[in-house]
Design a protein around this ligand. Sequence first.
Ligand SMILES: Cc1cc2nc3c(=O)[nH]c(=O)nc-3n(C[C@H](O)[C@H](O)[C@H](O)COP(=O)(O)OP(=O)(O)OC[C@H]3O[C@@H](n4cnc5c(N)ncnc54)[C@H](O)[C@@H]3O)c2cc1C
Length: 436
Amino acid sequence: MSPVSTEKWQNWAGNQQVTPRRVQVPRSTAEVAEAVRTAAADGLTVRMTGTGHSFTGAAIAEDLLLRPTGLTAVRSVDTASGLVTVEAGLPLHRMNKLLDEHGLALANMGDIQEQTVAGALQTATHGTGRDAAGLASQVAALELVLADGSVVTCSPDERPELFDAARAGLGALGVVTAITWKTVPSFLLRAQEAPMKWDEVLARVDEFDAANEHFEFYWFPHTEGCLTKRNNRVAGPAQPLSKFKGWLDDEFLSNTLFGGINKLTHRVPGAAPFVNGISAKALGARTYSDTSYKVFTSPRTVRFKEQEYAIPREQLVPALRDLRALFEKRDWRISFPIEVRLLPEEDAWLSMAYGRRSAFIAVHVYHRDPHEEYFRGVEDLMTSIGGRPHWGKMHTRDAAYLETVYPRFGDFRALRDELDPERRFANPYTRQVFGA
Ligand SMILES: Cc1cc2nc3c(=O)[nH]c(=O)nc-3n(C[C@H](O)[C@H](O)[C@H](O)COP(=O)(O)OP(=O)(O)OC[C@H]3O[C@@H](n4cnc5c(N)ncnc54)[C@H](O)[C@@H]3O)c2cc1C
């Protein structure tokens, strides 16, 4: 094991920081187990981080921080079954390339591919889908180091309760050292992106959901403008965006120009409605097809803070109308579009879509802008309809609330009491959401 000197850690958005007492980079499951045992002997808490893309303090390591960079091996690829086992710290972008080389792919994923596989999984990272669910539904087995330093595996057949709890486990049940993914044959997606007016999107959202494998849309606050995205499987050959068009849309308009806009609205918040009107028009219609992960994900270089709530799918349209009404009442000036995604129900106990078809509503602000009033206003609305906060995105919920919206929350806490009675894997965030 190669210890590195104590250093400050901060997350991608820069809103979470800590200087852990120790930092280590384990290079094998055995080294993780040894680190956990040593930490226990010294009375230290332990946490492995991913790439710090959570906006919450989920990855804060107060005592021993285990960096994931030494745990990136690919253990096995079985193209016949689609089962692929990789170590916890492998970044998603490397796994996506690896899968593609073997003619395989994840069935669905979120907007970016920078996270580690374990970090993304532990907060139930998701994209949008009619049939294909989030990452926690694409796992066949996990290998974990528990608080007593033992190494266990779990799957639907082996310790099924641990499997259902630990897939979206917030790092609270153990250090995940390897994940076996259930992959599918690689596929191309045809992306149809089109601007559309708010009224039309709300009137047709059920139709779009039923007719498309992956439907999502963005609403540009203070305007009537939305950008809809429909992704569906298509036979080849791929027709990717030209390098220039890809750069213009994904790099320049979505990141460089958008970054400049946010620097402006940071100084002149009143300009947000005007520039949102321009943004809604600038991101026009386009159609292309490409390898699935290249369509699902895109670069995000403008730093922001985010809150996202999962609500029952049938509540989506009324919730959006209420959200828009809030914009009429409050003095908010918001330059970031609001993202709406859909997901089938999931079965990992703490997946935000556990047991119900869900709609996700995500709100963002530029990383230097204040978020408190806006996020709180949206959060009040979302919690009034049983919303569940994304574990990796900012929220103020505690255990008393969370147990009312997660049917298996008590079972999760009981399992945690059994496996980690001394709270080896605790941090301020787990104390907030689990209450101990
Ligand atoms: C630009 C951006 C875009 C995003 N897009 C999406 C999206 O489209 N959909 C979505 O759902 N989310 C999205 N997110 C949120 C992000 O996917 C999650 O916050 C995810 O958890 C981050 O992964 P990470 O590797 O950075 O993990 P971290 O944030 O570093 O850690 C997340 C949690 O996992 C734990 N953890 C990490 N590794 C291990 C391990 N080996 N064993 C046990 N616990 C571990 C950490 O301790 C922490 O509790 C986005 C975030 C950003 C910044």
